[in-house]
Design a protein around this ligand. Structure first.
Ligand code: ATP
Ligand code: LTN
Length: 326
C-alpha cells in the first residue's frame, strides 16, 4: 500500500478546481492507499486572513471533505496546526533550504506581486509544505498542476537532507492528473481558478446552488469564433469548458469537442455535469453543518493518528542533525 499525503488550504470556499484536481482523487485514493489528508491552516496564514474567517473556513473545509466522501475510518483527516511536528520540522528544513531557491518559486512571485506587505512566511511556505509531506514517509502526493514546482523542492530537500545527514526521509512523487489538473477561471480563462484570487463569477464553489452554477457557465468567457475545438493556446475559454466536462464525466476533452455545434450547448453540458457531480456533496454538506460535532470528532481523532506517525519522523530528523533528545 502506498502512503499518500495531500493538503488543502482553508483560505476560502473549495471550488471546482480543488475538487477535480485534488479532492475527487483523494476520495478514490483512500480506498486503495494509506492516505493522510490535511487542512493546512498554517499555510493559510501566509496571506492576510481574519481570525474569524480562518476559523470558519477550517470547519467548512473539513465539512466539505466529509461531504465529498472522505471517510475518517478509511484515511486520516486532520488540521495541520493540531500536529505541532509540522512547524517543528519546517524549521529544520529551513536550515537546509537556500534563500535563492525559495525566491525562484513562481507562486511566491505571483502571490507576492503587487502587495504592499509580503509576509516572510509566503517565501518559506514551500518548506512547510515539504515538512508536511516528509513527516509521513509519503510515497505519493496527489495535487494539481500548480504544485509541481513545490513538490520538486520537497524532493530536493529530502535528497539533500539524506545526503548530508544520512537516510532519513522517503523521497515523494507528485501525482498530477492528465485531465483536470489546471481548471481555469471562467471569467479569465488564462488564469487558474483560485480561492484567493478568482472573482465569485469566475469560480464555481462546491456549495453553489444549481441555479448559480448554471448562470456562471452561461456567462463564461469564450471567444468570438463559433467552432467548438480543444485548443489551449488559441481557445482557452472553450478548452477549459471541454476540460471541465471531461474531468467531471471521465471523458477526453479533444474527443468531446465534435459532439457540440455551439458554445451554448457546450456550456449547458458542462453546467449539467457539474450540477450532477456536486448535488450529493451539497446535500451531505447541509447535514454536516447542522451537526458540527461530527466534524470536530473526526478532526480530533485524525490529529491523534497523524501525530503518532509524525512524531518518530521528527525525532529521527532531530537526531540526525545533532539535536540532543530531551
Ligand atoms: P489559493 O488561491 O488560496 O492558493 P487554491 O484555490 O489554489 O487556493 P489550494 O488550497 O492552494 O487551492 O489547493 C488545493 C489543491 O487543489 C492543490 O492540490 C492544488 O493543486 C489544487 N488546485 C487548486 N486550484 C486548482 C485548479 N484551478 N485546477 C486544478 N487543481 C487545483
Ligand atoms: N501548497 C499547497 C497546499 C499544501 C499541500 C501540502 C499540498 C500544503 N501542504 C502538502 C500537498 C501536500 C497549495 O497551496 N495548494
Amino acid at each position: 500500500m502506498a502512503r499518500v499525503f495531500s493538503g488543502i488550504q482553508p483560505s476560502g470556499t473549495l471550488h471546482l478546481g480543488n475538487y477535480l484536481g485534488a479532492l475527487q482523487r483523494f476520495v478514490q485514493r483512500q480506498e486503495v492507499d494509506d492516505a493522510y489528508y490535511c487542512i493546512v491552516d498554517l499555510h493559510a496564514l501566509t496571506l492576510e486572513i481574519s481570525p474569524d474567517v480562518l476559523r470558519q473556513a477550517t470547519l467548512d473545509t473539513a465539512a466539505l471533505f466529509l461531504a465529498a466522501g472522505i471517510d475518517p475510518d478509511r484515511c486520516v483527516l486532520f488540521v495541520q496546526s493540531h500536529v505541532a511536528e509540522h512547524a517543528q520540522l519546517a524549521w529544520l528544513l529551513e536550515c537546509t533550504a537556500s534563500y535563492g531557491e525559495l525566491l525562484r518559486m513562481t507562486q511566491f512571485k505571483d502571490k507576492g506581486q503587487g502587495r504592499e506587505q509580503v509576509r516572510s512566511s509566503l517565501l518559506t511556505y514551500p518548506v512547510l509544505m515539504a515538512a508536511d509531506v516528509l513527516l509521513y514517509d509519503t510515497d505519493m502526493v496527489p495535487v494539481g498542476d500548480d504544485q509541481r514546482q513545490h513538490l520538486e523542492l520537497a524532493r530536493n530537500l529530502a535528497e539533500r537532507f539524506n545526503h548530508r545527514y544520512g537516510e532519513t526521509f522517503v523521497v515523494p512523487e507528485a501525482d498530477i492528473p492528465e485531465i483536470g489538473a489546471r481548471i481555469m477561471d471562467l471569467q479569465l480563462p488564462t488564469k487558474k481558478m483560485s480561492k484567493s484570487t478568482s472573482s465569485p463569477q469566475g469560480l464555481i464553489a462546491l456549495s453553489d446552488p444549481p441555479a448559480d452554477i448554471e448562470r456562471k457557465f452561461r456567462r463564461a468567457v469564450t471567444d468570438s469564433e463559433t467552432e467548438v475545438r480543444y485548443d489551449l493556446e488559441h481557445k482557452p475559454g472553450v478548452s477549459n469548458l471541454l476540460e471541465i466536462l471531461a474531468a467531471a464525466t471521465g471523458g477526453d476533452p479533444a474527443a468531446l469537442a465534435p459532439g457540440f455545434s455551439s458554445y451554448g450547448q457546450l456550456k449547458q453540458a458542462a453546467a449539467d455535469a457539474v450540477i450532477e457531480l456536486f448535488a450529493p456533496v451539497r446535500a451531505r454538506y447541509a447535514e454536516l453543518v447542522a451537526d458540527p460535532g461530527v466534524v470536530a470528532d473526526a478532526l480530533r481523532k485524525g490529529a491523534e493518528k497523524a501525530e503518532a506517525t509524525a512524531a518518530p519522523t521528527l525525532a529521527r530528523a532531530q537526531r540526525a542533525m545533532g539535536l540532543l533528545s530531551a
